[in-house]
Design a protein around this ligand. Structure first.
Ligand SMILES: *Cc1c(COP(=O)(O)O)cnc(C)c1O
Length: 341
């Protein structure tokens, strides 16, 4: 078994993120006791789950002598914001390859065409403030990885040494951030004396969930990690989670992880990635009004909508303890203000 402490790592957060009890929300929903892991309070610009992945990814980039990062995502990508923030911290160049969001209300107009002030908000605004070395926006459905590879080749031709970080930072290296988080959570559960029945987490590029599953398995924990998909059906997403869990397990030389540990529910993303749903709007309002906690519209809002629905369906016992992972993303809320009007 590979010891995480022997792997190259940068540190972007001081200490563990808080684990908080949401007493009022638990009472209001009349279900299990809900606790929240505040990974929205991780380090780098405005925090969020990509910070944990980047501790391992950036260390790998630096170990390879990279001076430039290239990564990809949507126009409101939290991953791109945090990769750029890490680049600023480390003195690296950073290039972003972006894809337009789905939906007519979220169409960014490129700067050459005059730009759209309404879109200069949320993470897209932060790409500008953090001084990305280049930002390109491609039509929805473009092959971002192919473009990132071409761009990296061009940069190499100009004498740079680029390192490509995949969408969402979700490869085995990035997922190590959540193997580490699993350990952090188990330590906190022991300190507080919590007997946790389930973790509930958004599931996107699946690095967070796969890391948590592999990390818990590594510690011999049986706590299930219930993923709520943000863009894919259950079958497609579970295939993705399983693949990444296997990669992480083999990288860390862990015993095989049973397939049924990888669960991603496909009932809560609505009509597509990033597109608002009534459940998301209700969940964002409920967490804000009840606990003063902001969720985001793309990931945690939809995951919380899933949690609320599962509670209403009686999926948990009243004396269960459920831990919801708040993976960040709040800057994206401002780009979806229209959903709350
Ligand atoms: C990327 C992201 C997720 C999903 O994490 P994956 O590892 O891609 O599944 C969840 N929440 C927020 C806020 C994110 O930015």
């Amino acid at each position: 078994m590979v010891d995480l402490n022997t792997l190259p790592r940068r540190h972007y957060t001081t200490g563990p993120t808080p684990l908080e009890h949401l007493g009022d929300l638990s009472m209001k929903l009349g279900g299990p006791q809900i606790w929240i892991k505040r990974d929205d309070q991780l380090g780098l610009t405005q925090g969020g789950n990509k910070t944990r992945k980047l501790e391992f990814l950036i260390a790998d980039a630096l170990a390879q002598g990279a001076d430039t990062l290239v990564t990809a995502g949507g126009v409101q990508s939290n991953h791109c914001r945090l990769t750029l923030s890490a680049a600023r911290r480390e003195g690296l160049d950073c290039h972003l390859v972006l894809e337009e969001d789905l939906g007519p209300d979220a169409k960014p107009v490129p700067a050459e065409a005059g730009g759209n002030p309404a879109e200069h908000t949320g993470n897209f605004l932060l790409f500008d403030l953090l001084g990305a070395d280049s930002v390109e926006v491609h039509p929805h459905g473009s092959d971002l990885i192919a473009r990132a590879e071409n761009l990296a080749a061009e940069l190499k031709g100009r004498g740079k040494n680029p390192y490509i970080i995949p969408v969402g930072g979700s490869n085995a290296t990035g997922a190590l951030g959540y193997v580490d988080c699993a350990q952090e959570l188990l330590t906190q559960f022991a300190e507080v004396g919590l007997d946790v029945s389930s973790l509930v987490t958004p599931s996107g590029s699946a690095g967070m969930q796969a890391g948590l599953i592999a990390g818990l398995h590594r510690e011999g924990s049986q706590i299930p990690v219930l993923g709520i998909n943000v863009s894919r059906t259950q079958e497609v997403q579970e295939h993705k989670i399983v693949g990444l869990v296997d990669e992480v397990a083999s990288f860390l030389e862990l015993p095989p992880v049973p397939r049924d540990r990888s669960v991603g529910l496909g009932d809560y993303f609505g009509t597509g990635y990033g597109l608002p749903t009534p459940g998301m709007v209700e969940a964002v309002r409920l967490f804000a009004e009840t606990e003063g906690i902001l969720l985001d519209p793309v990931y945690t809002g939809k995951a919380a909508a899933g949690l609320i629905d599962l509670i209403r369906q009686g999926r948990f016992e009243a004396n269960d303890t459920v831990v919801f992972i708040h993976s960040g993303g709040v800057p994206g809320l401002y780009a979806r203000a229209g959903a709350f009007a």
